[in-house]
Design a protein. Structure first.
Ligand code: DQA
Length: 138
């Protein structure tokens, strides 16, 4: 099984960025533990701060992979282009968020991409990614 995790803008700063919201572990450390937990799953990781690069990656992998786990960061709330990319490919996409965006500022309550995704997992810290892996396993 091949799963691609895509992290969008500012998620390269996990562990350094707003630690009270996003925690103090870097994504690399978390990714290592995730890969150990699922040795039979090929978990590929991609991060970019650039909207078009996220779209290119969805196009590149979106016809071959079994699942894409996407945390589009703030583009979640603005990007019709990412929603269109998700709709354009055949690989199912699960939207994830570390924080519970519905407890936060009102502009984070809207997602442009949810309706294009298979499902949404949010508010469980970095464990949101593992829950998405579990969803794909099923
Ligand atoms: C986030 C929530 C977004 O609103 C925010 O812009 C992020 C991270 C999350 O994982 O909680 O960058 O996607």
């Amino acid at each position: 099984m091949n799963i691609l995790i895509i992290n969008g803008p500012n998620l390269n700063l996990l562990g350094k960025r707003e630690k009270t919201i996003y925690g103090d572990a870097s994504f690399d450390v978390y990714l290592e533990s995730l890969r150990k937990r699922y040795p039979d799953i090929n978990i590929v990781y991609y991060q970019s701060n650039i909207e078009g690069e996220l779209i290119n990656k969805i196009h590149e992998c979106g016809f071959d992979y079994d699942g894409i786990i996407l945390n589009a960061g703030a583009y979640t709330h603005t990007s019709i282009a990412i929603a269109d990319a998700i709709r354009a490919v055949t690989t199912p996409v699960i939207e994830v968020h570390i924080s519970n965006v519905h407890k936060r500022e009102e502009y984070r309550h809207v997602s442009m991409i949810s309706a294009a995704c298979m499902g949404v997992i949010l508010g469980f810290g970095t464990d949101s990614y593992r829950l998405a892996v579990e969803a794909f396993k099923k």
